[in-house]
Design a protein around this ligand. Structure first.
Ligand code: TMP
Length: 266
């Protein structure tokens, strides 16, 4: 069997050439990084869970008409996706103040924002993904106006859908990051949702307790990150074994103290 060709290795995923032209295999690693990879670690089982969660979310988004790169899940850690030309912009959607916007603007974490905010960052690790204005995107030709209108409209639809989906399982969607890519059809191109949607790139708080169920547990050394990711997967109903039978269901009660006991540092 010939070894498949690796196209790219990122912080949380590896991309391999897919079986057909125009396809890519996304492999989800357990590696976790924060602060532009200054902090490195592993969250055991994260890759398996993120593969499942992202499959679940992208499939549902496609059902409401959001075009995505997702084709199908291949195995525990891999999914087949459409090859896209990645638009070098991280699209951050915020409903509640948390993370970098609190530092930048002196906001209090947990405060509801007056309305949903979309922010853009230039996707360039060597610069630490700096915050940019739409003016920069147009000026440097990273995306044209029509593409930006599509991106903003999709980001809002994704946010509305995800807010409802997570509220239904007792989770408050604080903020999240999206990435988009271009696909070409002859002379025409269109923008579709790419990358992943998982607790790595979302802030998810338990509606009742405020417990953080996302990568902030790792970023802020809160502990219990494995349990938090499992809890999100369990509530979404995606923690199943490969044969489709109900998998081991995570017993939150055994870990509640751990999550609760370490939640304060925000
Ligand atoms: P921030 O508050 O650090 O700017 O993050 C906003 C959201 O974007 C948060 O849900 C985490 C996500 N995010 C990523 O997915 N990748 C990144 O590199 C950064 C900085 C944030």
């Amino acid at each position: 069997m010939s070894r498949r060709r690796q196209i790219y290795e990122g912080k949380a995923k590896i991309l391999y050439e897919g079986p057909e032209p125009g396809t890519i295999i996304q492999y989800f690693k357990d590696d976790a990084t924060a602060f532009n990879a200054e902090k490195k670690g592993t969250i055991n089982g994260k890759g398996v869970i993120n593969n499942r969660i992202s499959e679940f979310v992208f499939t549902r988004l496609s059902h409401i008409g959001i075009p995505t790169h997702f084709i199908r899940r291949l195995n525990m850690r891999e999914q087949l996706v459409r090859q896209v030309e990645i638009i070098p912009i991280e699209v951050v959607v915020r409903n509640v103040a948390a993370g970098s916007i609190c530092k930048r603007l002196g906001l209090t974490e947990g405060d509801q924002l007056p309305h949903t905010l979309i922010e853009y960052c230039y996707k360039e690790d060597s610069l630490g993904d700096p915050l940019i204005a739409e003016e920069h995107i147009a000026c440097f030709g990273w995306a044209n106006n029509e593409e930006m209108q599509d991106i903003a409209a999709m980001a809002i639809r994704v946010n509305d859908f995800l807010c409802g989906m997570f509220a239904g399982i007792g989770i408050r969607l604080i903020d999240f990051k999206l990435e988009f890519g271009r696909i070409y059809d002859g002379d025409y191109s269109r923008v579709i949702l790419a990358d992943e949607i998982s607790p790595d790139g979302c802030r998810l708080w338990d509606i009742e307790t405020g417990e953080k169920l996302d990568k902030d547990r790792f970023r802020r050394d809160l502990g219990g990150e494995e349990e938090a990711y499992q809890e999100v997967a369990r509530r979404l109903g995606v923690l199943q074994s490969e044969d489709g039978s109900p998998g081991e269901v995570f017993d939150l009660s055994a870990h509640r103290g751990k999550l609760r006991g370490s939640k304060s540092k925000s």
